[in-house]
Design a protein around this ligand. Structure first.
Ligand code: GDP
Length: 445
């Protein structure tokens, strides 16, 4: 996500390192580099101009004198300006005070609207809401069915016109859906509307008719972040034609000049509220301008990581493992496996690592990280007997051969895992015992 932009900005900051004071020429050169980086990332020209002017002015100003060195100051300024163009504060969903909250989705065909409807429904379910999806896209042949499939995947019911009812009237469907939601006590109604390949008047009118008929609490414009400047143009056209309260960016997992998406909030004056970055139903979250800026500047996104950890970690399980370790100073391959499975729940390894600060430089390795490696380790451990997991010392040559066969791996893989385990254990022991690993403070108590 925005990898090229990240790299370019990192290079720019590198040039400032070690400078005691920024000369006018330094600031000009930096501004020029930032300008190129943003333009290359496809950020819209007016946004780039404003951005660079602000950075320049602030870098020249008195700000550059505090506790930070000039390079750090520039990073700080760029960070804050990025947050500003991304919309500033996180904009949260507004729920209706009475009756069901109505959310209407609008956007071009292929923007990822139908997928997004289901992702949003799942996200709402996680917030203890009881959403219902509404298939008001009656134009595309498979749209209703596709929404039903997606709804099923996330366990959310879909309200759709009965099959065989002709073309159907999307406005009527949307209206009926809200009555249905009231009767069946669903508290959020997500209306998926028709998209076209291009913007046309009829499409706009249909969306506007639905909007007028149901008076949604939120109209969200869904846009594919990978279509470059067209995203900005389409956003503007929909704003004039239908109007909306917030933007949802999809396909942020592709890097292809996603910078256009960075311009949308600035150009339309509407906040980006959600972002979708992958094909999995859980690849979706609120959009936080500050966290996105941090990610772009490779300052990490610890907050998201922590939130995900809180969501998926089995606290009792973790505490038990920690207590056992503290008490006995020992841990077994079973504990090792459990910890690994907990981490696994957070998502792919490259995704987790990517959220840590300073990982930008390892991007290539991360992208090439073979996620199946963890499955392989798991398979090896699961091919061991309980006694072996409890006390790996007993794993001799013939046991290793048996484990390798059982897990479909090579004996060398088993050796490597067992070696690694003993290494890790030795390290834990010396930390617990206060013996101290070189360069690492001992844990007190
Ligand atoms: P709609 O026409 O707007 O309803 O779009 P769909 O929901 O059918 O999505 C179009 C295509 O984009 C599908 O193949 C989706 O799997 C894919 N897609 C949707 N969201 C994402 C995303 O965040 N990342 C990626 N990589 N693909 C996505």
């Amino acid at each position: 996500m925005f990898a090229t932009l990240s790299d370019r900005l990192a290079d720019t900051f590198k040039h400032l390192r070690g400078k005691g004071k920024l000369s006018e020429a330094d600031i000009d050169a930096t501004a020029r580099e930032i300008r190129i980086a943003l333009l290359e990332a496809d950020v819209a020209l007016p946004v780039v101009k404003e951005f660079v002017a602000a950075v320049k002015e602030r870098a020249r100003g008195e700000e550059v004198s505090g506790a930070l060195n000039p390079a750090q100051q520039v990073v700080k300024i760029v960070n804050e300006e990025l947050v500003t163009i991304l919309g500033g504060e996180t904009r949260r969903l507004r729920y209706a005070k009475t009756g069901p909250t109505v959310i209407m989705l609008a956007g071009l065909q292929g923007a990822g609207k139908t997928t997004l409807a289901a992702k949003l429904a799942l996200w709402l379910k996680d917030q203890d809401k009881t959403p219902v999806l509404v298939a008001a896209d009656l134009q595309r042949p498979n749209a209703v069915q596709q929404l039903q499939v997606n709804g099923e995947r996330v366990g959310v019911p879909v309200f759709a016109p009965a099959p065989g009812n002709g073309v159907g009237d999307p406005v009527a469907v949307a209206r009926e859906a809200i009555e249905h939601a009231k009767r069946t006590l669903h508290d959020v109604v997500i209306i998926d509307t028709a998209g076209r390949l291009g913007v046309d008047a009829e499409l706009m009118k249909q969306a506007a008719d639905i909007r007028d008929a149901v008076q949604p609490d939120e109209v969200l414009f869904v846009v594919d972040a990978m279509i470059g400047q067209d995203a900005v143009t389409t956003a503007q056209l929909f704003l004039d034609g239908v109007g909306y309260d917030g933007v949802v960016l999809t396909k942020l997992d592709g890097d292809a000049r996603g910078g256009a998406a960075l311009s949308i909030a600035s150009i339309t004056g509407k906040p980006v509220m959600f972002a979708s970055a992958g094909e999995k139903m859980t690849d979706f979250d609120l959009f936080h301008p500050d966290r996105m800026a941090s990610r772009i500047l490779d300052m990490g996104d610890m907050l998201t990581l922590i939130e995900q950890a809180e969501k998926s970690f089995d606290e009792a399980e973790s505490r038990k493992a920690a207590e056992k370790l503290l008490e006995t100073g020992d841990f077994t391959l079973d504990d090792f496996l459990k910890q690994m499975q907990q981490i696994r729940k957070l998502g792919s390894m490259s995704k987790i690592m990517g959220m840590l600060p300073g990982m930008g430089q390892f991007r290539d390795q991360l992208e090439n990280f073979d996620e199946r490696e963890i499955d392989r380790i798991q398979a090896i451990i699961q091919s061991m007997t309980p006694a072996e997991r409890d006390n790996p010392k007993i794993i001799d040559g013939s046991r290793r051969a048996r484990i390798a066969k059982g897990s479909g791996r090579q004996v060398s893989d088993v050796n490597q895992l067992v070696d690694r385990f003993f290494e890790a254990k030795k390290m834990m022991k010396s930390m617990m015992g206060g013996g101290g690993v070189p360069g690492m403070p001992a844990i007190p108590g």
